[in-house]
Each structure stands twice: as structure tokens, then as C-alpha cells.
Design a protein around this ligand. Structure first.
Ligand SMILES: [Zn+2]
Length: 112
């Protein structure tokens, strides 16, 4: 995706097609964050590190009776009181820090 922000050699920056006069003061912080985000995304090594497929693991239910799940990467077992990693807000495996792949149908129980 093309950048929405630009930065000039003299350090000035802005949003393409928008002059600062049009931007409400309250939006400055959000645009600054966007620029920072885009700066980071231009650093391809960082992006690769963040999106590397090796960083994903999947958890599977290995003991339905006791609701015990296992990380597919570090093989650690984890017991939940109820539901699975997704419902308990686990984005990463707490043992090996790999991102947990979300399974299908994750929006079914989301509050509107
Ligand atoms: Zn793990």
C-alpha cells in the first residue's frame, strides 16, 4: 500500500493531498502516529520480523474433558477455566511468545 504521509528532506512532513490548514488540531496526534507507522513499515526488515510465518503457532484442544490445550510450537500444555485461547484473549503463546493462529468463525461471538 502506498504511503499516505510524506516527509521532506528538511524534516517537514504531512499527509498527501491535505494541507495542514484543513487538519483539525485534534487529528495531529493521530496523523503523527500514522507517519511513524508508515516509517516503520518502510523498514522491510521490521515488517518481515513482524509478519514472519514462523512466528505463528496453533493451539489445539488435547483434553476436552479438562479443557487442556497444547501449543503446537513449544508443546506446552495449558488448562483454561472455560473456552479456548481465543476466548481468553490469548494473542501469543505465553510460553514461547509465538502468535496464536486464529481459527475460523472468530466473529460469531463478538458483541456488536
Ligand atoms: Zn508455545
Amino acid at each position: 500500500m502506498a504511503r499516505q504521509t510524506y516527509r521532506e528532506e528538511n524534516g517537514k512532513w504531512g499527509v498527501k493531498g491535505v494541507s495542514w490548514e484543513e487538519v483539525p488540531d485534534g487529528l495531529y496526534g493521530a496523523l503523527y502516529k500514522l507517519r511513524r507507522y508508515e516509517d516503520i513499515c518502510e523498514d522491510t526488515q521490521t515488517v518481515e520480523a513482524l509478519t514472519c510465518e514462523d512466528d505463528f503457532t496453533s493451539w489445539r484442544l488435547v483434553d476436552p474433558e479438562h479443557n487442556v490445550w497444547q501449543c503446537g510450537h513449544c508443546l506446552t500444555l495449558h488448562q483454561f477455566e472455560a473456552d479456548g485461547p481465543e476466548e481468553n484473549g490469548f494473542v501469543c503463546c505465553p510460553y514461547c511468545a509465538q502468535f496464536i493462529e486464529r481459527t475460523g468463525g472468530e466473529d460469531a461471538n463478538e458483541p456488536a
